[in-house]
Design a protein around this ligand. Structure first.
Ligand code: NAD
Length: 377
């Protein structure tokens, strides 16, 4: 990477968290410039999606992939999955520069890692491109259902968030039922729409908001929800605020407005900064750390690796309940915010299992053979 240079790259890598391996992928013929970052494989192969983005500089792309891959390590670890953390970025415009050749070339780089890194969709990539990747490597998830894939993860993410809301309500309000609780859902996209569907079945009082008025109208008509403007939803008096749109919804401004007891939703990176998690604790608002609450989608692709079954995937997402309860227990044990407790829970699992795996006990079975078998049929 010419603009960063070797020295700069290594400095960035050590600044962003002790990654095991960073692979720069280049193919001039198809215009491929990509970076695969493998953060930690103590628990298993590194899994994380491929983001295609028009980064301003190569350094921006490197920083993004380092940050995102570390996040995947923590997400997989707290989800109780035998997966490590990794991520890939392709530098380019996803609207104009996607070609079969580009993704086939990228797939060959993924294949060269021989299962240490498994990819999936992310911002700027879809099932279609994963099918191109699959033509070159079995180490890809999120492929079409017709060839053994798991399809759209958002219903599973939403089901996991529902389990997260149930755990948070149990912890904060001491009840098992969501009936009659006021729940404010921000964002009615893939995850938010399915979450509203689940919450309506639980007979919650729903407050909804989206910047897209067609989505608002559709959901309000079906579920008789109270509609509020996008700049009002975070300030609504409610039991649970469920962010399912943007990141950084917990920030200096919103902290002064919240009238909720619990924050639990599907959006990534809900805290603008870690200190905002501490502020929620001081305010007595229970925060369900985003990467624990929204791990249902990752659980779904994990099941794809074992040989996909929708029922098993849905069943797996119920584990979000216990995972969050464990986070809450650590937060109370150590007198810390739940966001710090989640990080601690991930680090404890990685440390413990890392030690367990140190002794040689003979060869274990080869996991995740299914995709390879499908491909070789
Ligand atoms: P999406 O794009 O389908 O939905 C986002 C919705 O938020 C859109 O309807 C958009 O109009 C709305 N929105 C944007 N700005 C808003 C605002 N200011 N106020 C209210 N609504 C606003 O995305 P998605 O797949 O539903 O994902 C939602 C969030 O969950 C993202 O942060 C994503 O990273 C995260 N997430 C998604 C999955 C998944 O399975 N899709 C898994 C894990 C995490």
């Amino acid at each position: 990477m010419s603009s960063t240079g070797f020295k700069g790259s290594f400095e960035l890598i050590s600044q962003h968290g002790e990654h095991e391996q960073v692979v720069f992928c280049h193919n001039k013929d198809v215009g491929l410039k990509a970076i695969i970052a493998i953060h930690n494989t103590t628990l298993g192969p590194a899994l994380g999606g491929t983001r295609m983005w028009n980064y301003k500089t190569e350094e921006d792309a490197l920083i993004d992939v380092l940050r995102l891959s570390k996040g995947m390590t923590y997400k997989a670890a707290t989800a109780g999955l035998n997966l490590g953390g990794g991520k890939a970025v392709i530098i380019g415009d996803s609207k104009t520069q996607k070609t079969e050749g580009l993704f086939r070339a990228f797939g060959r780089f993924v294949n060269s890692l021989n299962g240490r890194y498994i990819t999936a969709e992310d911002v700027g990539t879809t099932v279609r491109e994963m099918e191109y990747v699959f033509a070159e490597t079995p180490w890809v998830t999120g492929i079409p259902k017709a060839i053994g894939g798991s399809g759209d993860p958002s219903p599973y993410t939403a089901h996991g968030v529902l389990m997260g809301i149930k755990a948070s309500v149990k912890e904060k309000l001491g009840t098992d039922s969501l009936k009659g609780l006021r729940i404010a859902v921000q964002g009615l996209g893939n995850v938010g729409f399915h979450l509203v569907e689940y919450l309506a079945k639980e007979q919650c009082q729903l407050i909804i908001s989206d910047i897209d008025q067609d989505k608002v109208k559709r959901v309000a008509d079906i579920y008789k929800a109270q509609v509020v403007a996008p700049d009002q939803i975070a300030a609504m008096e409610c039991d649970v605020f469920a962010p399912c749109a943007l990141g950084a919804v917990v920030n200096d401004q919103s902290l002064t407005k919240f009238k909720t007891q619990i924050i639990c939703g599907g959006a990534n990176n809900q805290l603008a900064e870690a200190r905002h998690g501490d502020a929620l604790r001081e305010l007595g608002i229970l925060y369900a750390p985003d990467y624990v609450a929204n791990a249902g989608g990752l659980m779904n692709v994990f099941v794809e690796l074992e040989g996909y079954s929708p029922d098993r995937a849905l069943d797996k997402t119920t584990q979000v309940y216990d995972n969050l309860m464990r986070v809450f227990t650590i937060a109370k044990r150590d007198q810390i915010g739940t966001h710090t407790a989640a990080d601690r829970m991930a680090e404890e699992r990685i440390q413990t299992l890392g030690k367990v795996k140190q002794s040689h006990m003979g060869l274990s079975h080869r996991p995740f053979a299914t995709l390879r078998e499908i491909k070789n049929r």
